[in-house]
Ligand binder design. Structure first.
Ligand code: NAP
Length: 251
């Protein structure tokens, strides 16, 4: 039997692949055999070098996903350079922190536009290519705040909770067309996104005490779940949000 996790010859698009979780996922997909288009506003030189060192093709598509303006170009450039799109990982995201009572419209729009609106329209554009091929894998990067309320991050919670619903809505419409739409909900992972929490001694201690695994997650901890959801091993998995959280939600 062939390896159900094998991604040889597959083309993946990973947004925000220059650092953190996106970088780790892009490299994990390449290690499983995929060629990767790294999409983002910052040059992912380190990621491209790691993917090339694995013998896979890697390209950079410069795009700012604060708006949906680059969406069509991302799909066009990927298909032109790589021959199609088999896997889309919607990882790019931002967070803004403030008390809900003082939260500004700017902080609301910036987060919801990047973390939810662009995810929907990039998925829609990629799904049109996938539907023609009769197969595809879309993976959203959700959050613990897809399930919980969080503190001082109302636009982030709204966007990530919305992503949970969108995962199911897209799966319902697209799974019969051969497209699996699922999400990964990372727990507390040590990246730039959580640097404010890591450097706040009290919050850091409170978070660590609540994680059954007793440690922050590392970006590499997400690789296995991403390969699973990108591969034929997950062909009958649809609309699922897979927590990779060291047991946080189990507590
Ligand atoms: P990160 O290191 O800050 O990475 C975020 C990535 O998104 C960067 O590549 C960033 O590019 C990119 N990005 C942000 N805004 C963008 C835009 N407008 N256009 C294009 N790219 C943009 O944080 P991370 O923790 O790896 O976050 C990755 C994803 O995981 C996010 O969706 C985040 O919400 C989610 N997540 C993280 C955690 C955690 O504990 N770390 C937990 C749950 C979910 P630049 O380098 O150019 O800013």
């Amino acid at each position: 039997m062939s390896n159900p996790f094998d991604l040889a010859g597959r083309v993946a698009v990973v947004t925000g692949a220059n650092t953190g979780i996106g970088q780790a996922i892009a490299i994990a997909l390449a290690r499983a055999g995929a060629n990767v288009a790294c999409v983002g506003r910052s040059d992912p030189a380190e990621t491209l070098a790691s993917i090339s060192a694995l013998g896979r093709k890697a390209i950079y598509i410069k795009a700012d996903l604060a708006s949906i303006e680059p969406v069509a170009r991302i799909v066009d450039e990927t298909t032109a350079a790589m021959g199609g799109i088999d896997i889309l990982v919607n990882n790019a995201g931002i967070i803004r922190r403030n008390d809900a009572i003082n939260f500004t419209e700017e902080d609301w729009d910036a987060v919801v536009d990047t973390n939810l609106k662009s995810v929907f329209f990039l998925s829609q554009a990629a799904a049109k290519v996938m539907m023609k091929a009769g197969r595809g894998k879309i993976i959203h990067i959700a959050s613990m705040l897809t399930f919980q309320g969080g503190v001082r991050v109302p636009s982030y919670t709204a966007a990530k909770s919305g992503l949970g619903g969108l995962t199911k809505a897209m799966a319902n419409e697209w799974c019969a067309k051969g497209i699996n739409v699922n999400a990964i909900a990372p727990g507390y992972i040590a990246t730039n996104n959580t640097s404010a929490l890591q450097s706040d001694e009290t919050r850091n201690r409170q978070i660590l005490e609540r994680i059954p695994a007793g440690r922050w997650g590392q970006p590499d901890d997400l690789g296995g779940a991403a390969v699973f959801l990108a591969s034929s091993a997950s062909n009958y998995v649809n609309g699922h949000v897979l927590a990779v959280d060291g047991g946080w939600l189990a507590r």
